[in-house]
Write a protein that binds this ligand. Structure first.
Ligand SMILES: Nc1ncnc2c1ncn2[C@@H]1O[C@H](COP(=O)(O)OP(=O)(O)OP(=O)(O)O)[C@@H](O)[C@H]1O
Ligand SMILES: [Mg+2]
Length: 461
């Protein structure tokens, strides 16, 4: 069975760029080692409870523990729920998968929504695979390549074999290698003083660096360049067993196997249950043989109130399974109907799901926090702004929303540039404020306009 399964090495970190854009200043949760939030750190300001709550979840995930189904972040629009989820992704570390989707993505899919969710879940589960390989490793202290003229072109020399002596701090060993490896030695090229690794099984050669004390620069036309990194001469025997680990996601293994069986893969294609079952069995075998460990990651669903009842039912079931990620949901809705039903529920989330989630909240930021967030955003957008203009934006953030205030930044920069100014001043803010309005204003505006017309007023009912 395992012969049919193929593993491919891929990037497990996939927080889509478009979702990160406005949160590019967020580099973590900004916690100290006691998991306490530092006022302003890692691009996050205030929201200490939510950040600390998120930090505890990250801590548990790193220990391989699942806090129920996961975490629900609740708070008014623009208070940093998505930003905190991104902070969690940054904290999780390179090989823990973090998959971000939005509840509204289940509409208008070309595949079934349960299939879409299933794929998202499997992208959020990592498999850390341990492989051992036998290698020869050491510093090249002697190298003799036997060459002879290439039969089809006598001006070219090809290698027919080589004697290569590798030394570690403890041992020196001479290897006699054949034509293929000898040519590879010429091609790389491998020189005396290089520290290299030769895979005992495949003959694959990797240059690790230059041994300390051997020259690492090369003379170019304009001076000397560093061409290699300095490494220590390895210790221990020349021939050794090395363990390497790499992490793939269950979805990566599914996809690799579709390719293996059919060669082709269509975008947004459904993966059959049969393939998934085989992959699960294979992974289970690896785990039993201590060749792999499961790395449950995070499935982040933003705008969770947009999911419908069918999706929630599917998620509830899937999260009870053997392989399951931790869920992080975010919403700004209080009581609303669960989509696909006429039942009202807290946050539009069915009670049975809600019962298995820890809930943390974000709050309206204080004036000082608004100013700091805007200041950080300005920095991230490479926007030079005067103190007075920042005060003015803060007023807008306080009166309307932080989102509206930060959305005005780039237009204000454009206006300043168009006017030949290098710093954003109150006049630029005033100008964009006269052009762009907040949602509350746009709704108010339409209501008033439509009310003027008896026929159109029908739309308001
Ligand atoms: N406490 C904070 N620290 C730093 N940046 C913040 C903070 N709160 C919000 N922001 C920034 O303000 C903007 C809006 O925040 P975000 O999108 O995270 O809000 P949200 O709570 O997810 O809103 P919504 O309910 O509308 O989805 C983003 O650019 C975000 O990075
Ligand atoms: Mg959000």
């Amino acid at each position: 069975m395992s012969g049919e399964i193929k593993i491919r090495e891929v990037e497990t970190r996939r927080v889509e760029a478009r979702r990160i854009g406005i949160h590019s200043h967020v580099t973590g949760l900004g916690l100290d080692k006691n998991l306490r939030a530092i006022d302003v750190a890692d691009g996050l300001v205030g929201q200490k409870e939510a950040r600390e709550a998120a930090g505890i979840i990250v801590h548990l995930i790193k220990q391989g523990k699942r806090p129920g189904h996961g975490l629900l972040l609740v708070g008014p629009p623009g208070t940093g729920k998505t930003a905190i989820a991104i902070g969690m992704a940054r904290e999780l570390g390179q090989d823990v998968p973090f998959v971000a989707i939005s509840g509204s993505e289940i509409y208008g899919l070309t595949i079934r929504k349960t299939e879409f969710l299933r794929q998202a879940i499997r992208r959020a589960i990592g498999v850390r695979i341990k492989e051992t390989k036998e290698v020869y490793e050491g510093e090249v202290v002697e190298l003799e390549v036997e060459k002879e003229p290439y039969p089809y072109n006598p001006y070219i020399q090809i290698a027919t074999g080589a004697l290569i002596t590798l030394a570690t701090k403890d041992e020196t060993k001479t290897l006699e290698v054949g034509e293929r490896i000898a040519n590879k030695l010429l091609e790389l090229p491998v020189r005396i003083g290089d520290v290299i690794e030769i895979d005992a099984e495949t003959g694959w050669i990797t240059k690790i660096g230059r041994a300390a004390g051997r020259g690492i620069t090369s003379k170019g036309k304009t001076g000397e360049y560093r061409v290699a990194r300095v490494v220590e001469r390895p210790s221990g025997p020349v021939r050794k067993t090395k363990t390497i680990t790499h992490t793939v996601t269950l979805h990566d293994i599914d996809i690799a196997n579709i390719r293996l069986h059919r060669g082709l893969l269509f975008r947004e294609e459904e993966v059959s249950d049969e393939i998934r079952q085989k992959v699960d069995e294979y992974v289970n075998d690896l785990i039993k043989d201590h060749k792999a460990e499961l790395v449950p990651g995070v499935l982040f669903i933003d705008e969770a109130h947009m999911l419908d009842v069918e999706s929630f039912a599917f998620l509830s079931r899937a999260l009870e399974e053997e392989f399951a990620p931790v869920l992080v949901l975010a919403t700004n809705r209080a009581i609303t109907t669960v989509k696909g039903t006429d039942i009202k529920s807290p946050h539009g989330i069915p009670i049975d799901m809600l019962d298995r989630l820890l809930i943390a909240r974000t709050r309206f930021p204080t004036r000082d926090e608004i100013m700091r967030i805007l200041d950080i955003r300005a920095e991230a957008e490479d926007l030079k702004i005067s103190k007075e203009a920042l005060e003015m934006l803060t007023d807008i953030g306080e009166k309307y929303s932080l989102r509206h205030a930060s959305q005005l930044m780039l237009p204000a920069k454009a206006v300043a540039e168009a006017m030949g100014d290098s710093i954003v001043e109150p006049k630029h803010i005033e100008r964009v404020r006269s052009l762009f309005i907040d949602t509350r204003e746009s709704v108010e505006y339409l209501k008033n306009e439509l009310a003027k017309d008896a026929f159109l007023a029908e739309f308001l009912k």
